[in-house]
Design a protein around this ligand. Structure first.
Ligand code: FAD
Length: 376
């Protein structure tokens, strides 16, 4: 195995796999390092927004298309808030894909694309530059460029604005719904958090429900407590049975993006963490990884300095992806205003799904200009 690469990508989630596949398909020698092992459960609502589906299809390549064939489509969202039910059409539909399958399929697609992909390899440090030295327990690797896609939290702590603010708890499990298979993504809001419920296909093809919550730890510390926080959800979930022990993550802290730290590009949650209720984190990771790798082409092909590639990425990121963070943080503030004040807006949304749809639309990252092959 070689120890020298054009690009080293740290973190094998959607952001890292996307960056690695994009660079490898362009002819770069890419090393992808992941601390964990796939497949694994991950706290996530598993809502894959429409904006990223063409890119996901391209990233998966021929060998992993089965993932999209078995994905469920979601054409409606229901927001259950302040005693109202607001229907929001999702047009074109989004997809529901278990992270257990999504992350593994992307990892496999990276290997198919020629990426050297090592699991259970934690990066301990990034040193020097030109080449960078990436330190792991199994030795050092050299790379002309490095992309940090280590997610929301990592030992590397590269992004300057380290998270502060409200510390949320994330919880998730899959359930047998015993006949409950509503084909919409339902968001149940209550004081101190919310819980999303949507149908998802299990690895064995069975139809399940994913319940995923973001709560203040003072409000609930288990998924069972979360399900009891909303009267309609408590009633609905009574017949459900879990398929695995709920998984948890803490702390979850929302953070505005920092696309570049020093001479390293940050992609996905490592760049910034967007409020999960807009269901765009996977899309932002896929698109951020792709954008980072594309901006490295000129440097890796010796037609630009690394500095120019970094500037190109930062500017593209601010233009294409940052608006989603700003809009979702405004929506989050709106959720925090007193119930009486938000009542008028919610009533308008309740009677006009088009208005609700528009408000969701503004939280979306702008579509990336697709390269021709993304349309295949
Ligand atoms: C409660 C909750 C619900 C959510 N629901 C949704 C949803 O419905 N839809 C949606 O789009 N998004 C959702 N998200 C957000 C989504 O999960 C993330 O945005 C997405 O996983 C980001 O992908 P990533 O590749 O950047 O990071 P990750 O998926 O976290 O991948 C990072 C990888 O880096 C690895 N790593 C970390 N440190 C190292 C190291 N030092 N060396 C090697 N590897 C390392 C980790 O093991 C991990 O596998 C949700 C998040 C939460 C918390």
């Amino acid at each position: 195995m070689s120890r020298e690469y054009d690009l080293i990508v740290i973190g094998g989630g959607p952001g890292g796999s996307s960056a690695a596949i994009t660079a490898a398909r362009e002819g770069s020698r890419v090393l992808l390092l992941e601390r964990g092992r796939f497949p694994r459960q991950k706290v996530c609502g598993e809502f894959v927004s429409t904006e990223s589906l063409a890119l996901l299809k391209w990233l998966l390549g021929e060998s992993q298309q089965h993932l999209l064939q078995k994905a469920l489509t979601l054409s409606e969202s229901r927001l259950l808030l302040d005693g109202r039910i607001i229907h929001v059409p999702i047009d074109p539909p989004a997809a529901s894909i278990a992270r257990y399958d999504l992350d593994l399929a992307l990892w496999n697609a990276a290997q198919q694309a020629g990426v050297t992909a090592l699991q259970e390899t934690t990066v301990q440090a990034i040193e020097g530059e030109d080449p960078f030295r990436v330190v792991t327990p199994s030795g050092e690797f050299g790379g002309r460029a490095v992309i940090n896609a280590t997610g929301r939290w990592s030992n590397l702590k590269l992004a300057e604005n380290l998270p502060f603010g409200t510390r949320w708890l994330g919880l998730k499990a899959h359930f047998h719904g015993n006949g409950d298979l509503e084909a919409s993504v339902d968001l149940y809001f209550f004081d101190g958090g919310y819980c999303g419920v949507q149908p998802v296909r299990g690895s064995d093809g069975s139809m399940l429900l994913n319940a995923c919550a973001l709560v203040s730890p003072g409000v609930a510390s288990t998924l069972a407590e979360v399900l009891d926080r909303h009267p309609l959800l408590a009633g609905r979930s009574r017949a459900w049975t879990t398929t695995f022990e709920p998984v948890a993550t803490f702390p979850v802290v929302l953070r505005q993006p920092v696309p570049v730290s020093g001479n390293v590009m940050n992609a996905g949650d490592a760049a910034g963490f967007v409020d999960p209720f807009i269901g765009d984190g996977i899309a932002l990771a896929l698109r951020g990884g792709n954008l980072a790798a594309r901006n490295l082409y000129p440097f890796l092909n010796a037609t630009a300095e690394l500095k120019q590639s970094l500037e190109g990425y930062e500017s593209a990121y601010r233009q294409v992806l940052s608006p989603a963070y700003r809009a979702s943080s405004l929506l989050r503030k709106f959720m925090g205003v007193p119930r009486a004040l938000r009542g008028a807006v919610l009533a308008a949304c309740e009677s006009s799904p088009r208005l609700a749809s528009y408000l969701v639309e503004v939280t979306r990252s702008k579509p990336i200009e697709l390269q021709p092959e993304f349309h295949q």
